[in-house]
Ligand binder design. Structure first.
Ligand code: PLP
Length: 421
């Protein structure tokens, strides 16, 4: 199936007399005829669902769809994007380990890496993603276990050179984890460029209508966990009847371990109803990403010419320093998120924000409705001045998430508001 068809048909397929729409299995548990059968489920020797903290039929169908879209061996849905990011790393790292992350990633992720994971004894070094390979390599330590980056950085909108990052990670025998939230698999499939694991905030474009928070981890199945650096995959797991993940699950070792060990212990699996909403969104993902990308390019070009705008960041613009990388990694569009800096700094930016009518001022991004956010005083207010600069955030910068309304209406609203700025 091509991706347009996968968006609709991958995962659940109705059989004779069954519902056409994905059924919501809103049940905590499932009935079996024998204890032997349930025993086999516990031993992971039979396929099936036993308890909705670990797996659920509705969520599983959505996971199958996400894995198919991405070209992975398996996917795992989580309660939020933050959880997906955390588990993607915690599945590999423990106290005393270290990993490397691009400095231009989502502010909440920076906080998770720099503060919360540090409390667990896991250290992160942030690197300039545009630095030469040799420079980035200097961040490696003997205990480095992973490299992390965002395809399209939120909100700086740099495009990550995924192939460069994959080369560096693999040279040191560690996996590359990519947050692909903004492009989604419709616009970029990081596995094709060497990434090993992909994570998502499905809260954004994938669900797309701002009705449910969620996340997902997708496993390419390509990373060799038996290279000596990852004993948790090659030695018996005492918490799970001594299972050896690489032996029993082969290419699906990583994603299976994340589910049966971490999701089981931490209880971060989404509800069937939330998975249903996500599936509804996924069905139109290919159409929406096309329209978001088209609208954003038109709006970015308008902003670029506006006398009250100092600078516009959108990798689809020829003026962007990331245009060449965008043509390589995002040839079919750069999604809907633009950032622009208003002349007059923070005060002027806030005035423009408060004058908008159609464009909604919300703590959200990547949804059907056009929305705006002022990172320096909202999402990124927990970052220090140095972290703000490293994340590419100027105090006068507005993040504009272009929706799928008429581009003319969006432009009219922006034009009126900029007149007040
Ligand atoms: N990754 C990116 C790129 C994001 O933009 C966000 C949230 O804005 C997250 C991860 C975290 O996702 P969630 O809000 O679903 O926890």
């Amino acid at each position: 199936m091509r991706k347009e068809t996968q968006c609709i048909h991958a995962g659940y397929q109705s059989g004779n007399g069954e519902p056409l729409a994905l059924p919501i299995y809103q049940s905590t548990t499932f009935t079996y005829d024998s204890t032997e059968h349930i025993g086999k489920l516990f031993d992971l020797a039979a396929e099936g669902h036993m308890y909705s903290r670990i797996s659920n039929p509705t969520v599983s169908y959505v996971e199958e769809k996400i894995a198919a879209l991405e070209g992975g061996v398996g996917a795992l849905c989580t309660t939020s994007g933050q959880t997906a990011t955390f588990l993607s790393l915690f599945n590999i790292l423990g106290a005393g380990d270290h990993f490397i992350a691009s400095a231009t990633i989502y502010g909440g992720t920076i906080n998770l890496f720099a503060v919360t994971m540090k409390k667990l004894g896991i250290e992160c070094t942030f690197v300039d993603p545009d630095a030469p390979e040799a420079e980035i390599e200097k961040a490696f330590r003997p205990n480095t276990k992973a490299v992390f980056g965002e395809t399209l950085a939120n909100p700086a909108l740099g495009v990550l050179d995924i192939e460069k990052f994959a080369r560096i990670a693999h040279k040191h025998g560690v996996p590359l984890i990519i947050d692909n939230t903004f492009p989604t698999a419709v616009l970029c499939r990081p596995f094709e460029f060497g990434a090993d694991i992909v994570v998502y905030s499905t809260t954004k474009y994938m669900e797309g209508h701002a009705v449910s928070v969620g996340g997902a981890i997708v496993d390419s199945g390509n990373f060799d966990w038996t290279n000596g650096k990852f004993p948790e995959f090659t030695e018996p797991d005492a918490s799970y009847h001594g299972v050896i993940y690489t032996k029993q699950f082969g290419k699906a070792a990583y994603i299976t371990k994340a589910r049966v060990q971490l999701v089981r212990d931490l209880g971060v699996y989404p509800s069937a109803t939330n998975a249903f909403y996500l599936d509804l969104g996924l069905q139109t993902l290919h159409l929406r990403m096309e329209r978001h990308s088209q609208n954003a390019l038109v709006v970015a070009k308008f902003l670029e010419k506006h006398p009250k705008v100092e600078q516009v960041n959108y990798p689809g613009l020829k003026s962007s320093r990331y245009h060449a990388l965008a043509q390589k990694y995002l040839p079919n569009g750069c999604a809907g998120v633009i950032s622009f800096t208003v002349k007059g700094g923070k005060q002027a930016a806030v005035k423009v924000m408060d004058s908008l009518k159609l464009c909604k001022n919300v703590v959200h991004v990547a949804t059907v409705q056009t929305c705006v956010l002022h990172p320096a005083s909202e999402t990124h207010r927990q970052l220090t001045d140095e972290q703000l600069v490293a994340a590419g955030i100027n105090p006068g910068m507005i993040r504009l998430s272009v929706g799928i309304e008429s581009a003319e209406d969006i432009i009219e609203d922006l034009n009126d508001a900029l007149g007040n700025g």
